[in-house]
Design a protein. Structure first.
Length: 94
């Protein structure tokens, strides 16, 4: 199992909850969180396969989040989502 796959799957329960929560709490000021959630779901689907290729999802996430820049008005949950995704992205590059 690759490091990124292990990271994604080990944290899926919390991140599924968090990515859903940010779509409810932040969509007005940060509509991109809807797409962040969608890309997260894509990452998990890929992690559950044999030959996962995360490159496209991480490319999209970097663009959507301005390279995981945490918004000034971010709550701890949004901050955790961006930090988790950035960690997974860095593992993919390792």
């Amino acid at each position: 199992m690759t490091q990124v796959k292990e990271h994604l799957l080990n944290n899926n329960e919390t991140m599924d909850l968090y990515t859903t929560a940010i779509t409810r709490a932040h969509v007005t000021n940060h509509p991109e969180v809807i797409q962040v959630r969608e890309e997260y779901v894509n990452l998990i689907k890929q992690a559950e396969t044999e030959d996962a290729n995360y490159e496209s999802s991480f490319d999209s996430l970097r663009k959507l989040t301005d390279n995981y820049t945490i918004p000034a008005d971010a709550c701890p949950t949004l901050t955790a989502v961006y930090e988790h995704l950035q960690q997974a992205d860095q593992l993919e590059d390792a």
